[in-house]
Each structure stands twice: as C-alpha cells, then as structure tokens.
Design a binder for this molecule. Structure first.
Ligand code: MN
Ligand code: MN
Length: 306
C-alpha cells in the first residue's frame, strides 16, 4: 500500500488531477480571508497519522490548532505584521480516507498541485510528518530551484521503520530520492540511528541547534523555499504534545526567530506537523503550534511574487 502511495505521487500530473479535492468545512484559522481567490497563501489541514511509530493522534491536530488560534493576537511584534494583512485563506481539511496511506498521499499531492497551479503558496497542517512527501514533491515539480529547510529532533532518514518503507521516520530519505540532499538543510536533529548521523554528516547539511537565524537565511539565499517544521524540534518541556518527544531540544523563542529570519525569502510552501493534542491536556502544545503557524503565515507572505 505504501509503495502504491508514492507511485501515485510520482506519476505525471494530468489535467483532472489539478482540480481541488474534497475539503471538510471548518471554523478557519484566526485572520483567514473568506475565499481562496486572490489569496497569496492557501492553508489546508492534512489530518493523517497512519504511520505514527509510538503515540498516534496527530490527525486531530488541524482542528485543534484552529480552535486555539482564537486566543492569539493577529499582530506579531517580532515581524511587525498582522494576520489581517497576510492575504491567506484557510480552506479546510482534506477529506482523507482512514487507513489508506496511498489514497491520503495522493489527495494531498492533488491539493498541492491545485494550489501551485494558481501560483499560491501551499501551507499544510499536520498530521504526521509523512504528509511532507507529497507536499514537497508537488513544490519541487512546480519550482525546480527549490531548497528545503527541515526543523526536527529527528533526521527521518531511515531506510525503513519496522519494515515499512513509507513512514514519518523515513520521510526525508524518501524526499532525498528525488531532490539532491545538498538542497536539504536539516536543523536541530539530536536523535537517530548511527546510520542516520553518518548520512547527515556526509551530506554536510546538518546544523545543530546553535545555528543562528541569519546563517539559515544565508544558506537559503535567493532560492525558492519550502520549510517543514516537525514541532518535536522543541524541547518536551515546551511542547509535550507529540508522539515522539525528544529531550534536549530548543526553546520557543529560538524556533520563532529561525522562522522569522526567513521572512522575505522566496517561499513556495511549508508545513507544520506532529502535534498530537490529546497527549497534552493543558493545551499549551496546541497554543505553541498555533503561534508557530501564525509566524509561518506572516514570514512566508512578506514581499512580492515568487
Ligand atoms: Mn521528529
Ligand atoms: Mn519528523
């Protein structure tokens, strides 16, 4: 089933696949416009957690992030920007069939192609990290000069996880099958197998959490940018609500500065993944996620067209 999923995302795009797949209507994220038409960025939920290796529940992430977004201000003092100026539209959650990874990946890919066909930025709310595979694939096909910044506690470079080839633990390895690894900057990783550390060291594109926002910005340069944020890059004391918490992580301000530092780059897509809201009854993890999403919306919509 998993192999069929990636066959589906690897197949050439035909016209009918550019149509928008079915979306479930929701109460949108704070500051969203009413319609997708004319928006610079299209936000959509990808409520999929079919391959979570330890504690599932990330499929409940998108509605939870939107629900708590109401407690935030629309204004971000770091970026000096307001969500109401960001021209983004939250169009709902993709209707993904439970238990069918191939179909879920195909629908996410179709949605991303639909958004790129109108020159808009894709913004996927996870869900687990495997949703990045079809999102990045679509971005790479639309923007050949693409580079990827990957914030995560984990490399996600395994060849397989418990015999499964397509999983949130293998997603970056799968992405590196179609994008040269020199185009992927991995930031904040602190846990993995010996093979993953050796592979990351060989690629020369792994940066510890001490990297500055300006160094990340410099690496991206003028290239088209996709950013994937696995929220477990944060320390579990800041963000306990995730399936695979990893002690020794960064604080909230650091992640916010890394993202804000990319404002003005040529963003074409991003995702925020791995919130599992039921694990954190205080809802602090959900609020952290919503605030990171706010920063992503504001940072990615600064400036002119791609
Ligand atoms: Mn992770
Ligand atoms: Mn990950």
């Amino acid at each position: 089933m998993a192999r069929a999923g990636v066959t589906a995302v690897s197949a050439p795009v035909i016209e009918s696949e550019l149509s928008q797949p079915e979306l479930l209507k929701i109460t949108p994220f704070l500051g969203s416009r009413d319609t997708a038409e004319g928006a610079r960025l299209i936000l959509f939920g990808c409520p999929f957690d079919g391959t979570c290796s330890f504690r599932p529940g990330t499929r409940f992430g998108p509605p939870e992030i939107r629900a708590v977004s109401d407690v935030l201000e629309t204004f971000c003092p770091i970026l000096r920007r307001d969500l109401e100026d960001a021209q983004f539209a939250d169009v709902g959650d993709l209707a993904l069939p439970p238990g069918d990874a191939a179909a879920a990946l195909r629908l996410i890919y179709q949605m991303a192609n639909h958004v790129h066909a109108s020159g808009q930025i894709t913004a996927g709310l996870g869900g687990e990290h495997l949703i990045s595979l079809p999102l990045v694939k679509a971005a790479w096909e639309a923007y050949p000069d693409l580079v990827i910044v990957h914030f995560d506690a984990h490399f996600d470079l395994r060849n397989n996880y418990l015999g499964v080839e397509y999983s949130h633990a293998t997603v970056m390895g799968k992405i590196c099958e179609f994008i040269e690894s020199s185009r992927v900057l991995q930031v904040g990783q602190r846990s993995g197998t010996r093979e993953e550390f050796e592979r990351a060291e060989l690629s020369g594109n792994w940066r510890p959490a001490t990297i500055s926002a300006s160094d990340i910005r410099q690496w991206v340069g003028n290239r088209q940018l996709y950013v994937t944020v696995d929220l477990d890059v944060l320390d579990p004391s800041v963000f306990p609500g995730t399936g695979t918490p990893e002690p020794g992580g960064i604080d909230f301000a650091t992640l916010q500065q890394w993202i804000a530092g990319l404002a003005g780059c040529r963003w074409v897509g991003w995702d925020v993944v791995e919130l599992s809201p039921h694990i954190d009854a205080t809802q602090i993890s959900s609020i952290v996620s919503a605030k990171i999403v706010r920063t992503m919306i504001l940072a990615s919509t600064v400036g002119g067209l791609q």
